[in-house]
Design a protein. Structure first.
Length: 364
């Protein structure tokens, strides 16, 4: 049975000579043998940094183990995970990190601490060294990812990677594609689907990240990447519900009062027939998407558009009188199965939803 490492310090010496606790994988790099794992062994969410910074490495050597992971940046990381729905509103990040039976696990791409000499021959643990690592110490990254990421437990559905600069995201995507060449799909610039799970890049919670607040709360610019993550996860703006579409159970029937009273009798009769239809052929998860097929925006990702009243709109025609407003993705799916079109929009600019035919909608 596949499981993540048990909460605690990890005994791994893949990159070290016998009995040595330090190694020099490259003339400019050094690494310390201090791998660890935090949180659950069979979680739904896995959160990954790049490696331990100097603060975390010092805590590992001299402090409490439960204080090591993401030390100095936990308030920001807690906000990210609550925004995404990974961390329930009543649970603190401190508790989640220390919980060996929890629904979230924490670690890093390279489980040991690594540092690189800068131009002044001083060792640094952050900054540009992260992107240089993929070219200068690829053997370390390969050894660590093959050991800890290539055989994740089936429970893991979403991997959250900290850092969304394109210079980091691209080599990470290349790495994931290399691990899972037969099961890799790029959803957008900060999200891929591979090994039957989602891998998303979010803003780094470090205090040195000056774009963090704009990523979290903004509407344009840096927030565009957050919206792409939310679209990939199937989240709505009201993530306070604390669940994703992937987690939503398909058990509700469309309420009769959700049907528009202004639609034609024929359309209404057909809609009511669909509303009462069982969707037993679908279970567990629904995620719908499409892409713009022509023009300047060709290739742009489209997701179901949710209006201010919390509803989605499906329709057989472009006329307002034929629109049906529904409240859940189960209902949307039921109508699409019957040939209804769906209003969809660009999650980064959701102002002008388009009516998309079922033949152009992909069901994930």
């Amino acid at each position: 049975m596949k499981m993540l490492p048990e909460h605690g310090k990890i005994d791994c010496r893949l990159c070290y000579p016998a009995d040595a606790n330090e190694a020099t994988p490259h003339r400019l790099w050094r690494m310390r043998n201090d791998p660890g794992a935090w949180g659950g062994r069979e979680p739904e969410w896995l959160v990954l940094g790049f490696s331990k910074g100097s603060t975390q490495a010092d805590y590992y050597a001299n402090g409490s183990f439960d204080d090591v992971a993401f030390a100095g940046m936990r308030p920001r990381l807690e906000r990210i995970l609550k925004r995404l729905g990974a961390l329930p509103s009543g649970v603190s990040l401190n508790d989640a990190i220390a919980n060996p039976e929890g629904n979230i696990a924490f670690g890093s791409l390279i489980r040991c601490s690594v540092a690189r000499q800068d131009s002044k021959a001083k060792y640094q643990c952050s900054g540009s060294l992260i992107t240089k690592s993929f070219k200068e110490i690829p053997q370390v990254i390969a050894a660590c990812t093959n050991q800890f990421l290539k055989h994740l437990p089936d429970s893991v559905k979403i991997v959250v990677m900290l850092g969304n600069n394109s210079s980091y995201v691209k080599p990470c995507h290349d790495l994931i594609r290399e691990m899972f060449p037969a099961a890799f799909e790029e959803l957008n610039e900060v999200a891929v689907r591979a090994d039957d799970r989602l891998w998303v890049h979010v803003a780094h919670p470090s205090g040195a990240n000056g774009h963090f607040e704009r990523w979290m709360e903004g509407r344009t610019g840096a927030a565009r990447k957050r919206k792409l993550v939310e679209a990939a996860l199937g989240l709505h703006k009201d993530v306070s519900h604390g669940r994703t579409f992937q987690q939503a159970k398909l058990h509700e029937k469309p309420p009769s009062d959700s049907l528009s009273r202004s639609i034609s009798d024929d359309t209404k009769h057909h809609a009511e027939k669909v509303a009462g239809k069982s969707v037993s052929s679908v279970s567990g998860q629904i995620n719908l998407r499409s892409r713009v097929r022509r023009g300047k925006q060709a290739g742009t990702l489209l997701v179901p558009h949710r209006y201010r009243d919390g509803c989605y709109v499906v329709s057989m025609t472009k006329f307002d009188r034929d629109q049906v407003r529904v409240q859940t993705m189960e209902q949307v799916f039921a109508y699409i199965q019957q040939g209804y079109k769906l209003r969809m929009s660009d999650p980064a600019n959701p102002r002008s939803p388009s009516l998309i035919s079922p033949k152009w909608i992909e069901i994930l």
